[in-house]
Structures are given as C-alpha cells and as structure tokens.
Design a protein around this ligand. Structure first.
Ligand code: GTP
Ligand code: MG
Length: 199
C-alpha cells in the first residue's frame, strides 16, 4: 500500500472521546519503550508524526492518526512502566483495556515485543488476556536491527516455543526495525488486505 497522507487526528484519554468509529482501525501496543511510536512513523514514512523518546512513558493518551483518509492508526501508551505511580499505571491500564474491549472498528491490535529479550510474562499475559476477550492481535518484533541473523533466529524460536505453551496456533508475526525499515511493507500489505475485507 502506498501512503499518500498521514495526519494527526486526535488524542483521547477515554475510548468514548475517540473519533467516530467510521473506518477500519489498527492499534499498536506493547511495553513502554518497545518502539510503538517509532514503528508508526516507519509505516507512514515520517519521522515526526508520533512522538518518540528514549525515555519510557512518552505516549500517555490514545492517539489517532488518519492514513490515506481511509483508516486509523492508533498509538497507545505502553504498559508496565515501573516509574509511574501504581495509581497512574492502573489508570493507563484501564484506559487501554476499555479501548481494546469497546472500540467497535478495531480490526486488529499489533502487540510489539522487543526482539532482543526473552519472552516476558507481562507480554504473554497481555496476549492471553486479548485471546480470552476475543480481541484479534498480531505479534511484532521490534529493534531487529540490533540482532545478527543468527541471534534473531534463536530469539524468534524461543518466542515461538513460549507461545506454543499456551496457544495451538500462532497469530501473524512480523519482524521489524525502525532503523532498517524491514517489516513495514509486510504490515502495510496486511492492513491493506484487512481494509479490503472491511470495505
Ligand atoms: P512509550 O511511548 O514510552 O511507551 O514508548 P514507545 O513504545 O512508543 O517507544 P518509542 O517509539 O518512543 O521508542 C523508544 C526508543 O527505542 C527510542 O529511543 C527509539 O529511537 C528506539 N527504537 C524504536 N524502534 C527502534 C528500532 O527498530 N531499532 C532501534 N535500534 N531503536 C529503536
Ligand atoms: Mg510511544
């Protein structure tokens, strides 16, 4: 899919404030600092659409971006950020859960995980929750530019094994990097297919 336009639409602190659910929508979620905002920028070919930071906890609201005037990309706050208060963390967690459960035009959620580290309980538990709630998701490995081909293979296989402890079948999985841009074409092509199904 060729990106012809990508604009900021709205930031919301509650799913009820989100833009009208009148077009297909794809959300990006994962632990703080995993690379959600960077991946969104990579997908739309811009450096500065979604705000990124080397400090975790940058994205704090539900941010909608309108792409090609036809679909929404959504940048969500990260989960599991240790440096905010328990109350604040719970507030973000509730905001994300309510959004994921109630957003009627949400086609798929992309769950981002850092390709360099071993499977984390918090990520696996998050995916399990999505599965239990019937929220469709894909898995996206980020920062793969930091791994050799060999290390990537080992990391991927380790993750597959961890997932197969819980799941009978694996969801679509993408290997990405915001530095080398690998994976962007594949994600956009998947979104294009889903957009067609939702026409
Ligand atoms: P929060 O909004 O705080 O939850 O973080 P986020 O998941 O949106 O992460 P963000 O995109 O802001 O990136 C966090 C840091 O990781 C930044 O310093 C990015 O430059 C870096 N980063 C993101 N993606 C990649 C990648 O593919 N490769 C490398 N090497 N660094 C990356
Ligand atoms: Mg962010």
């Amino acid at each position: 899919m060729k990106i012809t336009s990508a604009t900021f639409a709205k930031s919301s602190s509650d799913y009820k404030q989100c833009p009208p659910p009148d077009r297909p929508e794809y959300a990006f979620i994962g632990r703080s600092n995993v690379g959600k905002s960077s991946l969104i920028n990579t997908l739309v070919g811009r450096n500065d659409l979604a705000k990124t930071s080397s400090q975790p906890g940058k994205t704090q609201l539900i941010n909608h971006f309108l792409v090609n005037n036809t679909w929404f990309l959504v940048d969500l706050p990260g989960y599991g950020y240790a440096k905010v208060s328990k109350g604040e963390r719970q507030k973000w967690s509730d905001m994300i859960d309510n959004y994921l459960l109630n957003r009627e035009n949400l086609v798929c959620t992309f769950v981002l995980v850092d390709s360099r580290i071993e499977p984390q309980k918090i990520d696996l538990a998050f995916m399990e929750k999505l599965g239990t709630q019937g929220v469709p998701f894909c898995i996206v490995f980020t920062k793969t530019d930091k791994l050799t081909a060999e290390k990537w293979k080992a990391s991927f296989e380790r993750y597959e094994q961890a997932l197969l402890q819980t799941w009978n079948a694996l969801p679509p999985i993408f290997k990405t990097s915001s530095i080398s841009k690998v994976g962007a074409r594949e994600i956009l092509s998947q979104i294009e297919d889903w957009n067609k199904l939702n026409e």
